[in-house]
Every structure is written in structure tokens, then in C-alpha cells.
Design a protein around this ligand. Structure first.
Ligand code: PLP
Length: 381
């Protein structure tokens, strides 16, 4: 049996998304910047997609800018805000995705002061500390992710948005993991920037978008042609953009039923793991349904001599999972997120991340294989 439980890394493309993209790969090949009919037809596909995304986010089409993915969107929001608005102070956290963390770190060399908000033992943001940082540093840029890609912790973005409003801060949230899994109503959330990446919600890889609130004007990150209303030079990834919009439309149409299905898988896995492995625990708050991204369960295994080999052995059994961040899976560097939590570093960590395509049978299979592979540490007397 082959089981894919690494959906926070990337998801399988939905066949209906692929069908929507196909005409833009084969028939509609014109350059969207060309003014002849071949170009205009393709331009229509892009603008229709922009309107679809904007409508779902309760935003205006002029607030949506297509990019090559989440990393570029995060970089654009952070770097351009800092340079264009003369930001001297950035507030972030140590458990951000590297797309944000490394971007923020690079700003320090340019003289920007960075404060990291305190986190509790489980990686939850200390909102009082955040407020005191905002109070003491007017006109900051706040960049805090909505849903953590490794442990699934959710940020109260409404609350942070209100705080940023009160203290005149600009608010960017890396919403890559929550986009199209939750409804983001940009008219209600006080968000200046949000981001999406199609491959996290059954769309194609290499395409995403940046939402920029209309009150917020920044200059481009990628200079070149006049594409994306002068905000992002380069011929558009047309079929990617069409696929992104279709994937988002499908995700919104079935959001409640998919969520229910995935929460069922997660709950089942939690119960099965508790029944099969003594001393199993969970990293962050990933086992608390109301506080975590429903697609992610980060399992904390009791200390074991073979913990390092677990992912490898699961892979041999046909189960694809991740031990750390999606984008650094395969690297030997330990997780910077888990390192920030107050946890026993001798314990192994496995991130299971689910999608609409997973089944209860797959959960049973993965837990059975994990329990078989797992040998509790034999302590010598
Ligand atoms: N932010 C988060 C939270 C992510 O999980 C990822 C990808 O894993 C990214 C940003 C980067 O997105 P992309 O792969 O589209 O560049």
C-alpha cells in the first residue's frame, strides 16, 4: 500500500484543476501582453482567475497579484514594505517558515531591528508580549503566520489584526497553509498582506499570489515588464494561474465537507496512536482540533534508539511523511520549529498531514506500520 501523508509539503493536483489548465497549455498559447486576439484570449483567462480569487477572499481584483508561489509573495510583502515605508522595526516569531524567517534575518544586516514574540512551551504566541512590543515600537511591520506548517498551531489573526490597527502597525501574515482551507474575509480581517500557494490546495506548483490591501501601496520586488499592473515583471504563468483559481474555487465549494472528512481522519489517527504506542504525545497543539490546522498532526514519539530511522523505515513500508518542515524535508538540519518548543529532544517527531484524498484505511495502515517499527527504548537497570 502507498500512503501519502505529506500534504503540508504539497498536494496532488485535482483532475478538474488539470482539465481547466489544459486549454491554456495547448490551445490558448498567446502572450497575455499581446494585443492581438491570441493574446487577448489568454489575458481574459488571467483576469477571470484574478476575479475568482478576489471574490473568494472578498477582495477587489486589483488587490490580487500573481507570483511564483508563497516564497516570492512573502519576500515581496516583507522586503518592499520595509524599504518603501522606511520600517525600522519588524515583529516576527522564531517558528515562521524559512520564507519569512530568512527574509527577516536578511533585513537585520540592513539595520532593521527585529523582535521575536515570546512563545509558550507549545509554540503559542504570547499576545501580551506582542502588545507590549507594538506599544514600544510604533510603526512596526508584524509578520506572523496564520497556520504553522510543522505543528499546525493557529494564530488568532483577527486579534493580531486589531492590535496592529490600534498600534498603527502593518500586518503581513503567511497564510500559505491556511489559504483555501479556511475562509479569509479580507474586509473583516485587518490584514495588509496575505499569501497563497496553489500547490498546497490541489493546484499546480510554482504559482501563488499576494493579496495587498488597497490602502497599502508598495513597489515591485521583481522589476521588468508591466505585468501584474507593474507590480511583478515577467510573462505570467498562465496555466498555473488558471489552475490556482480553479483549485481555490473547488476548495471553497467543498470546504465544509472536506474539513469534516479530514478532521475525522485526524481524530481517528490520534485515537489509534494513543491505543497503539505507549507514551505517545503531540507537538504543539496539533492534537487540539480548535487550536490547530486540521490538516496537520505532529506526533511526538517516546525516546527510541531508532527514531532517526523511522521516516526511512516508514518510507520503505510505503508511507510518505515528513519529520520537519515541508521545504526542508530531506535535509539533515533539525527542525527550527521543534527546537523552539519545550520538548524532550530525544523524542522523535513525525508530521502527518492529510488531504481530501486520504482515507481511514490509510490511517489504520500507517499507524499499524508505525507501531510495528516502533520499539520503546529498553532502559538498562
Ligand atoms: N510558507 C509556508 C507556511 C509554507 O508551508 C510554505 C511551503 O511549504 C511556504 C511559505 C513557501 O511556499 P512556496 O512553496 O509556494 O514557495
Amino acid at each position: 500500500m502507498k500512503v501519502y501523508f505529506d500534504n503540508a509539503a504539497t498536494t496532488a493536483i485535482d483532475p478538474d484543476v488539470f482539465e481547466a489548465m489544459k486549454p491554456y497549455m495547448l490551445e490558448h498559447f498567446g502572450n497575455p501582453s499581446s494585443i492581438h486576439s491570441h493574446g487577448r484570449q489568454v489575458r481574459t483567462g488571467i483576469e477571470r482567475s484574478r476575479k475568482m480569487v478576489a471574490d473568494l477572499l472578498n477582495a477587489a481584483p486589483a488587490e490580487i497579484f500573481f507570483t511564483s508561489g508563497g516564497t516570492e509573495a512573502d519576500n515581496t510583502a516583507i522586503r518592499c514594505t520595509v524599504s518603501d515605508k522606511g520600517i525600522k522595526h519588524v515583529i516576527s516569531s522564531k517558528i515562521e517558515h524559512h520564507a519569512v524567517l530568512h527574509t527577516v534575518e536578511s533585513l537585520v544586516k540592513k539595520g532593521v531591528k527585529v523582535s521575536y514574540v515570546e512563545l509558550d512551551d507549545k509554540g503559542l504566541v504570547n499576545y501580551d508580549h506582542l502588545e507590549s512590543l507594538l506599544k514600544n515600537n510604533p510603526n512596526s511591520l508584524v509578520t506572523l503566520m496564520h497556520a504553522n506548517n510543522e505543528i499546525g498551531n493557529l494564530l488568532d489573526i483577527e486579534r493580531v489584526g486589531e492590535m496592529c490597527d490600534e498600534y498603527n502597525a502593518i500586518f503581513h501574515s503567511d497564510t500559505v497553509q491556511s489559504m483555501a482551507h479556511y475562509v479569509h474575509d479580507t474586509r473583516k480581517l485587518n490584514l495588509d498582506f496575505a499569501v497563497g500557494s496553489a500547490h498546497k490546495f490541489h493546484g499546480p506548483k510554482g504559482v501563488g499570489f499576494l493579496y495587498i490591501n488597497h490602502e497599502n501601496k508598495i513597489h515591485p520586488f521583481i522589476h521588468g515588464g508591466a505585468q501584474e499592473r507593474n507590480m511583478r515583471g515577467g510573462t505570467e504563468n498562465v496555466y498555473g494561474i488558471v489552475g490556482l483559481a480553479k483549485a481555490m474555487e473547488i476548495a471553497y465549494s467543498y470546504m465544509d465537507s472536506h474539513r469534516k472528512h479530514i478532521e475525522g481522519l485526524k481524530t481517528h489517527m490520534i485515537e489509534k496512536l494513543k491505543a497503539s504506542i505507549d507514551g505517545v504525545a503531540f507537538n504543539g497543539v496539533s492534537n487540539e482540533l480548535d487550536k490547530s490546522l486540521y490538516t496537520v498532526l505532529n506526533v511526538c514519539l517516546p525516546p527510541n534508539d531508532d527514531n532517526d530511522m523511522l521516516l526511512f523505515n516508514l518510507d520503505i513500508e510505503g508511507v510518505s511523511v515528513s519529520g520537519g518542515s515541508a521545504c526542508s524535508s530531506g535535509s539533515s538540519i533539525g527542525s527550527h520549529v521543534l527546537a523552539e518548543l519545550n520538548r524532550d529532544q530525544n523524542r522523535g517527531a513525525i508530521r502527518f498531514s492529510f488531504s481530501k484524498y486520504n482515507t481511514l484505511e490509510e490511517v489504520d495502515y500507517a499507524v499499524e506500520k508505525l507501531a510495528q517499527l516502533y520499539q520503546p527504548e529498553t532502559t538498562s537497570a
